[in-house]
Design a protein around this ligand. Structure first.
Ligand SMILES: NC(=O)C1=CN([C@@H]2O[C@H](COP(=O)(O)OP(=O)(O)OC[C@H]3O[C@@H](n4cnc5c(N)ncnc54)[C@H](OP(=O)(O)O)[C@@H]3O)[C@@H](O)[C@H]2O)C=CC1
Ligand SMILES: O=C(O)CCC(=O)C(=O)O
Length: 423
């Protein structure tokens, strides 16, 4: 097999290389043939666009935007759009590939894609953000489509941006096309349950993992890094299931209370103040201290590469449930495995979001609305079944849950590829 060379050791892990290291191990376990390996490792389309925007003070600023479609073998490609100053092509390529594997792990009929715009959304006015989102959508007009490529929210974007994208795309076609994006506001055809779906999937994964580990949720402690869409909902739902949440964090730092934080109170505080800065429900510690804190369950729900070979040997949690995409660098896997730490990996644990996005797309196409109860029941079932599938595969191949998730995904995509007339 034509494997790529292991990446040279350097300080910062590269998310695409991290993804490929796990992909290579799984491909080797499966005995994947060279041709299929070549197809699955290469993104099918990579688009870079320049977006000149008139800022509020009259200046023109040019932003760089990306959309990478990794695969459309299972169906139209699906994946969020990230507004962040650190977005780059390698990151978007890794995120797009993770979407392919994620959709395959939960068995929904989508390929994988991801997009991003290099910008600092928190420094921009609503008008500037609207012009930027519309320009991005317009520049990608031929790439997007309800049967081709379907964006959704990710870091720095939410229902508001999805509404602008849907409107801009619809205008270009002269009619309302609401199934071109998911994660929309409810009035535009968004699904009940989508906002909290990723955090809910994290909670369901944590519950299944704790049960297998023989740990009672009511006796477990937890720390959550990141208090945005994924982190805040995961923390709230885990607290509801009886876990004591000792630590939470955002970019301003981490907040720790040995007796357990009041998560609803923290959510109200962040809604009122924009960040957790000044939150008095816990003492302030650093994000690094939070990651290595003594808890049973750690939920990284902020960004990539927060668990690396620099700090992996200091992790004290028994279970890591990855809410973020790529929070663990590939070189950290070895340390975590050696310490017997169970990791519910990103492409399994955070798949609740894309699952409910799929439900939103289905509802849009049916012109019908499901109840929140139906959405939650179906997504919980999909998440539990996916966890069990991955767990059985881990036992069968004697590998970690992460490698087992890649095995499940690669098997599904490569089999589909063969049936469709590939090699
Ligand atoms: N939204 C979704 O449905 C899905 C998201 N994901 C992944 O989950 C992760 C989080 O996404 P999402 O919740 O949507 O994003 P949000 O933008 O809503 O939230 C991100 C959170 O991370 C915090 N954060 C940023 N930088 C740091 C840092 N250096 N240290 C600690 N916290 C930090 C932010 O803090 P602050 O607000 O202070 O900047 C914010 O609380 C991403 O990896 C995303 O790809 C995965 C699947 C689906
Ligand atoms: O909801 C979606 O379609 C995609 C969400 C996403 O970007 C992700 O799971 O990382």
């Amino acid at each position: 097999m034509a494997y790529i060379e292991p990446a040279p050791i350097k300080d910062k892990e590269n998310p695409f290389e991290s993804m490929m290291e796990r992909f290579n191990i799984a491909a080797e376990k499966l005995g994947l043939d060279d041709e299929t390996y070549g197809v699955l490792k290469s993104p099918s389309k990579q688009v870079i666009v320049s977006l000149p925007i008139t800022m509020d003070d009259g200046r023109k600023e040019v932003f760089e935007g990306y959309r990478v479609i990794h695969s459309n073998i299972l169906g139209p490609s699906k994946g969020g759009v990230r507004f962040d100053p650190h977005v780059n092509l390698d990151e978007v390529k890794a995120l797009a590939a993770w979407m392919t594997w994620k959709c395959a792990v939960v068995d929904i009929p989508y390929g994988g894609a991801k997009g991003g715009v290099k910008c600092e959304p928190w420094t921009m006015s609503e008008g500037e953000l609207e012009r930027l989102t519309r320009a991005y959508t317009s520049a990608l007009n031929e790439v997007l489509g309800p049967d081709i490529d379907i964006p959704a929210p990710d870091m720095g974007t939410g229902p508001r941006e999805m509404a602008w994208m849907m409107d801009e795309y619809s205008k270009s076609r002269g009619r309302t096309i609401n199934d071109v994006v998911t994660g929309k506001p409810l009035v535009l055809g968004g699904s009940l349950g989508r906002v909290e779906a990723t955090g809910r999937g994290v909670m369901v994964s944590a519950m299944v993992a704790l049960e297998k580990m023989g740990i009672k949720p009511t006796q477990a402690t937890c720390a959550v890094q990141g208090f945005g869409n994924v982190g805040s909902h995961a923390a709230m739902l885990l607290e509801e299931r009886g876990l004591r949440i000792l630590g939470i964090s955002d970019h301003t730092g981490a907040y720790w209370n040995e007796r357990g934080l009041d998560i609803k109170n923290a959510i109200h505080y962040r809604q009122a103040n924009g960040t957790l800065e000044g939150f008095t429900g816990g003492e302030k510690i650093t994000n690094e201290e939070l990651i290595t804190s003594k808890v049973d369950v750690l939920v990284p729900a902020a960004k990539e590469d927060v668990i690396t070979y620099h700090n992996a040997d200091q992790i004290q949690a028994k279970l890591i449930v990855e809410g973020a995409n790529g929070p663990t660098g590939a070189r950290a896997d070895k340390f975590l495995n050696e310490k017997g730490i169970v990791v519910a990996p990103d492409i399994l644990a955070n798949a609740g979001g894309v699952t409910v996005s799929y439900f939103e797309w289905v509802q849009n196409r049916l012109g019908y609305k499901w109840t929140r109860e139906r959405v939650n029941r179906r997504s919980d079932r999909i998440m539990k079944e996916a966890f069990e599938r991955v767990y059985r595969t881990a036992q069968e191949y004697d590998v970690s849950l992460r490698i087992a998730s890649y095995i499940v995904a690669i098997k599904k995509v490569s089999e589909t590829y063969r049936y469709r007339g590939g090699f």
